[in-house]
Design a protein around this ligand. Structure first.
Ligand code: SF4
Ligand code: SF4
Length: 385
């Protein structure tokens, strides 16, 4: 049936959608002379040690496992890495999930140019291999996770042998994608080792729940004070009672105190960017506007809203009940109204303008919203300026 429909309507469907639905080679023409630099300069280590050279949700094939490698140079000899680079250089993008990639779907791939990169040299490093966290948010995990014993030893070995040497040649490091920077011994070891002399180009982006990000903690790591580009605090609520329900183990008063401290760091120019983040669900979507106002009061650069994802922490029916961003949720129209209201109180920009994008100026004159629902769930009438 899909085949018949595409045969009739094929001229109007996106060429990549049509190729995926009914086959064909038109995609070769679509990708001709196109290029993406991300697989040549990106390295992400997932919680299980698997390494990716793009976001794992966009290119799900790993290029190696960090626990099986002694040095970053061993990774450069990986046949899987060679294949993934070949997919870009031979212009078929065969490892990319075409319909999930904003660069592909919005036609923002680069034109091939003489100066394009052809060898792998990781500059943008995303670290998510230590799941240790001081909180246990129900949207993320079913119990508190703290690496111990043999697991801790393995994580620390990977940190000393593979990650720290790799960071000496990198220009950006984001941590922690699946835990908290300040509760992770591995992340703290990286922070202790960091200084502008040995890591001359490196800037950090921290994603943290903010509870341990105190003034005293910041003063413990003087090496990173001029190396911090970006701090994102995940909060998920604008009211104490909602926070207490969604961020188990957190403390609203400590969080507010720490947010004020980070706000001072941003206003003094010590850090370049300060964002707050909300995973939107039925329990908190009515606070989206208040959350935006909190970001404005703190002088944040961005207030980020993301949909609730399936991290296997909720049974499927519970996930569905909470997923107010899904078009078939009974309260979805209220969610859309709230999203529109957010764009009324502050300008919004496209989700693609992420932390890699240096054009997102550190001199941003006002707080902007990122409503990251566009690619998967169309938020009608919300336009990105
Ligand atoms: S999925 Fe998109 S960003 Fe990733 S390598 Fe492919 S084109 Fe580049
Ligand atoms: S603070 Fe972040 S990493 Fe920690 S449990 Fe909550 S969502 Fe997960």
């Amino acid at each position: 049936m899909a085949q018949a429909r595409f045969t009739q309507e094929g001229e109007t469907a996106h060429v990549l959608v049509r190729n995926l639905a009914i086959g064909g080679l038109d995609y070769r023409e679509y990708f001709k002379d196109k290029y993406c630099g991300r697989p040549f300069d990106t390295l992400e280590i997932r919680f299980d040690g698997e390494i990716f050279n793009c976001c794992p949700s966009l290119v799900p094939d790993s290029i190696g496992n960090a626990y099986g490698l002694n040095t970053a140079d061993e990774l450069k000899a990986s046949p899987k890495l060679a294949n993934s680079l070949d997919a870009i250089l031979s212009q078929d993008f065969r490892y990319c999930r075409w319909l999930h990639c904003d660069l592909i779907m919005s036609d923002h791939l680069l034109k091939r140019a003489a100066a394009l990169k052809t060898i792998y040299a990781p500059e943008f490093v995303m670290l998510s291999y230590d799941p240790t966290c001081n909180l246990r948010c129900p949207s993320c995990r079913t119990e508190k996770i703290v690496a111990k014993g043999a697991q801790q030893d393995q994580i620390l070995k990977l940190t000393g042998q593979f990650v720290i040497p790799l960071l000496k040649g990198a220009s950006y490091c984001m941590m922690n994608g699946y835990g908290d920077v300040f509760s992770s011994r591995a992340c703290r070891r990286i922070l202790e080792a960091s200084n502008p002399e040995e890591f001359p180009n490196l800037k950090y982006g921290f994603i943290t729940n903010g509870i341990l990000f105190t003034r005293a903690q910041w003063q413990q790591f003087p090496g990173i004070h001029r190396m911090t580009r970006y701090i994102r605090i995940s909060i998920d609520a604008a009211r104490r009672e909602t926070y207490d329900r969604l961020r188990l183990g957190g403390d609203w008063d400590i969080l507010m105190e720490n947010l004020d401290f980070i706000s001072q760091l941003r206003r003094s120019g010590m850090i370049d960017l300060f964002d707050i983040h909300m995973v939107v669900q039925e329990d908190n979507f009515e606070e989206m506007v208040e959350f935006g106002r909190l970001g404005q009061r703190l002088g944040c650069d961005k207030v980020m809203y993301d949909p609730l994802m399936n991290w296997n922490s909720y049974p499927l029916d519970e996930l569905k009940r909470r997923s107010v961003h899904a078009p078939d949720h009974p309260r979805h129209p209220e969610f859309l109204a709230m999203a529109k209201e957010v764009t009324r109180i502050m300008p919004s920009i496209a989700p693609m303008a992420g932390s890699h994008d240096k054009s997102l100026s550190a001199q941003q004159p006002q707080t902007v919203a990122i409503l990251n629902f566009g690619a998967l769930y169309r938020v009608v009438d919300v336009t990105y300026s």
